[in-house]
Write a protein that binds this ligand. Structure first.
Ligand code: ZN
Length: 241
């Protein structure tokens, strides 16, 4: 199997379409989406509709849950909260229903994959898995070979050797026998690793690669301005932070 893996689209239709266009050139069997279709960006309905049609697996992230009142926004920063309130107003009833129905993790035993928006240890707590230490603490909490995550908007490939050693790779790695992996797909619609290009991951039985594609950031930013979304959220897209 060859998987295309994406996460954290956040209502950014231009970024999502750029990734899907690029993916047309790559051959893959299934598109896996790890959550946060909405929040921050100006096209939440359109992104949900594209994802619903293109992805074989869809998860909900904290912003998806917050947009339908299933996660408290008390811990959201003020800009994220403003964007969620705007999103709640524009989301169609049908898309709200869909978001409310999505799981926050999925165990695909036969494919040896665990999918979760935040962390395998406590998916509902929306912790960030950022360091090798975080990864070390999360490997015991899934039984599959590979766990695919999103949420931090920072792509990463983390390997656990049979001896329990943690290695990190960028932007690609070999998938080795008897080793286990946590792979963060980065963010399509709001990258935060200093690279503004949309991120996605290609995963095969023996390889994984983080890929990037540029998109029309100015168009997205103009739409955000017209929607009255916070300036900070508009500006950060150009820097990828
Ligand atoms: Zn996110």
């Amino acid at each position: 199997m060859r998987y295309a893996v994406i996460a954290d689209v956040h209502g950014n239709l231009e970024a999502l379409e750029a990734v899907l266009k690029k993916l047309k050139e790559e051959s893959f069997d299934a598109l896996l989406f790890l959550g946060d279709s909405v929040g921050y960006g100006p096209n939440p309905n359109e992104c949900i509709e594209v994802l619903k049609n293109k992805a074989q697996v869809l998860l909900a992230g904290n912003h998806d849950r917050a947009a339908v009142g299933l996660t408290d926004t008390a811990f959201f920063n003020p800009n994220a909260r403003l964007a969620i309130e705007w999103t709640q107003e524009v989301l169609s009833d049908e898309n709200k229903k869909l978001l409310a129905s999505l799981p926050i993790d999925k165990h695909m035993k036969r494919e040896h994959l665990c999918l979760v928006h935040s962390t395998p240890k406590e998916p509902e707590k929306w912790h960030y898995l950022l360091s090798a230490w975080d990864a070390y603490n999360n490997f015991p909490f899934f039984s599959e070979k590979i766990c695919l995550i999103g949420h931090s908007h920072v792509p990463a490939i983390i390997e656990e050797t049979p001896e329990g050693k943690i290695n990190t790779f960028h932007p690609k790695a070999e998938i080795k026998e008897d080793h286990r992996y946590i792979i963060n797909a980065g963010s399509v619609g709001q990258p935060r690793d200093g690279n503004p290009d949309a991120a996605y991951v290609l995963l095969t039985e023996n390889s994984v690669e983080i890929k990037r594609v540029s998109y029309d950031i100015l168009l997205t930013q103009n739409k955000m301005r017209r929607a009255g979304l916070p300036n900070h959220l508009i500006n950060r897209l150009s820097k990828g932070v």
